[in-house]
Design a protein around this ligand. Sequence first.
Ligand SMILES: [Zn+2]
Ligand SMILES: [Zn+2]
Length: 407
Amino acid sequence: MRVPLGIIDDLTFLTALRRDVHAHPELGFEEVRTSDLVAKLLEEAGLRVHRGLGTTGVVGTLQVGNGTRTIGLRADMDALAMPELADRPYKSTVAEKMHACGHDGHTAMLLGAVRHLAATRNFSGTVHFIFQPAEEGRGGARRMVEDGLFELFPCDAVYGLHNMPGLAVNEMAVVPGPQLASSDSWRLTFRGIGTHGAKPHLGRDPITAAGTFLASLQTIVGRVVDPLQPAVVSACSLQAGDPKALNVIPDTVEIGGTARAYTPHVRDQLEGEIGRLAQGAAAMHGIEADYRFERRIPPVVNDPDATARALSAARSVFGEKTLTSFPPSTAGDDFAFFALEAPGCYVWLGNGPAVDGALHHNSAYDFNDEAIGPGAAFWTALVEQELKACRASARAGPFGPRSWSRN
Ligand SMILES: [Zn+2]
Ligand SMILES: [Zn+2]
């Protein structure tokens, strides 16, 4: 583990900062106090600061030398609407809000990298430090993109990081390909003709059509999608008729659910096939089907070139504790919207053992302060390697690794 001395010296400050953010959790698009804190520290470090993208988003820009390459580093700032049940000195001071996903740690470690890089300036190029709001299902990344993030701050590559319990704090996983699933919703309405339950021949029964549809739904994953490609289709909501009217066949049945995939192709397949089965079941029973597929979050798929760069940086910090194989998560992360705009890589930083079995989104979860130094060191190494200063190459830099230089 190689953490620069400047970061080690800053750990007391960064740990206090992390705990302060933890004690004052804010939900998506409401990160007023947190974004104030972030902006103040960015300004103190001498960065150019832009606020307001995605309401509470903050971008700090650090430009050094005449290198033309530009990269974006993402931290998320939001907390979750849930109570913190574990007791700790820096426990949430806000009822029903807590940092149960470790975004407090992501914010602190990226600020740690900012403070170190602004002091040492051992690179040539431009870094945009992107502090995004509302990662937890509220669409913060998409809003920042829609507000012009990449028009204002074009990036040649963009990177994201998430803490991962179960990996040791001296471990990082940098894996090519899919990291997180797409997270989409679908809804459909079967429209028949309601009638007396004893006289089905006088109407068109949407419930029987719904049964046909549901019985065939899992054939999408079993018979259409490549067996080597993961996919999930679940029906999670079913509404029809009235339990107080058991002699009435209703006009309509509403069904909704979720779909998850790791590639754009499989995602397209799920969208198309659910609709095809719905229309097929409707046609079979002589009724109509209205179908909507709502694309919420695309999959996070690591770009090969960006992944190679992240891997080199990780190896310079974590050495042989850098994992290149790690299972993808069925959760989603809206970093995916950033990775649609520039080649992207998303890495997993060890958070140590799951204390008392508490994982992400558990009311006892806590980011591990021991991971702040390694995380800040990774961001620092990534910047210093990817935006390697030409003259610095003769001095070999603090870690000595050679890397890509396009300056
Ligand atoms: Zn989360
Ligand atoms: Zn998270």
